[in-house]
Design a protein around this ligand. Sequence first.
Ligand code: GLN
Length: 490
Amino acid sequence: MCLYNQLNMELPTSLKEIQKKIAENQLTCVDLVSAYLKNIRASKNLNAYIEVFEEEALLRANQLDKKYQLDPETCGALFGLVVSIKDLICYEGHGVTAASKILENFKSIYSSTAVERILNADAIIIGRTNCDQFGMGSDNSNSVYGVVKNPFDTSRVAGGSSGGSAVSVAANTCLVALGTDTGGSVRQPASFTNVIGLKPTYGRVSRHGLLAYGSSFDQIGFFAHAAEDIAIVTAIASGADEFDATCVERTDNIFTTFGELQKFPEHSKTKKIAFLKQSFDAALLDADVLKSMQTARTTFEKLGHTVEVVEFNLLDYIVPAYYVLTTAEASSNLSRYDGVRYGYRSPESTNLETMLKKTRTEGFSEEVKRRILTGAFVLSAGYYDAYFSKAQRVRRLISENIDRIFNDFDLIILPISPVVPWKIGEKSDDTVKMYMADIFTVLANMAGVPGISVPMGFGEETNLPIGIQILAKKWCEAELLQITEKVLSS
Ligand code: GLN
């Protein structure tokens, strides 16, 4: 049940192609935006967008076309790039709700640094996309706007929490999407929808203007069809920011320059690649996922790399530690939504205390409340040592283990999700089952390293999209993108 026959899939799928067509007078920004808007209408049933900035995007396209006609030299590196943004990322004067009731009708009073930087480089933002509430979820069912459907089988989920962003790219309604990744929310929906998804190194892209979930885990990440497009957008969005002290300036690994999209810097040709042992564990993985790991292994060997299987004994502790730490951070981050300063306020309150209680009871979803309560519990005086500080120690052990593997290897490979995209509603009643789907993705956020989801086509048994995950050392996104490009063209 694929929708693609209703969509215009003839549109160029890389910025380079778009800029070439514009230079050859075969395409304008207005043409492009109009075609994407058509695809948005045709794929409406997928529920990817919360709001489409139709008129505004057309107006901006028109202005950019004029700017180009006057002098192409004045156009920015992202000229011709149409982008969607997850409903957790602030864009001045536009709604941002985190797919929640508590922020219904709330408008950003400033833009996030990432948005500001891509706009300065002449990108066009076409709309904001559906997601799990405050980024909490793995299949986009935790949204006041409803679930996002998988374009390849509409009875199945598109993944989460950035499900709308992934689908916006998969259904060719924009070229690049901005999502956020706290524990896999860019990589997992990317793999469920056959696109590339990058979670950069923690500290690469500013978190200013990203509604906080787990601040020591959160990163803005990118979806696209072409590795090169992710490279250029990451390069432009990244860099030090006075509003985010964890964000640093890097002069290495600058991926591209405008005009000619340069080749990523060549790292050593033959790479040492570690596959986590669990990547071949038939008891843990769906048959198609296992198959994708075997295919990946052969592909990397054929490409001339050295492949080894390595032990990683901490996998069982990852999901519990992740949920202790992120709920703790979330309980603190979400305390600001109290009905006083932002968004929704319960109308029936008679005094401050009931106002606070009712606003938060009515404004947050069950899942968000579950996490706030869990977080407050693990941080409480009686349980802090038993849960929170223990989970912090587990996080350090995990990071050290990953560093140790990276002493001997350039890249680590593992699945994205142990299972293929599931049926809508299948995991909604079983929280633990839903959390366990994150087992392979939270690792990168625990250790702060970059991770990418590389599409590996469609499973033989299920015919559903499957991606593999590659992790690199901190700041080595260029290496990830370079190998992604090689795998996709092999
Ligand atoms: N599924 C994970 C969670 O619910 C990851 C979410 C994310 O990366 N934002 O926490």
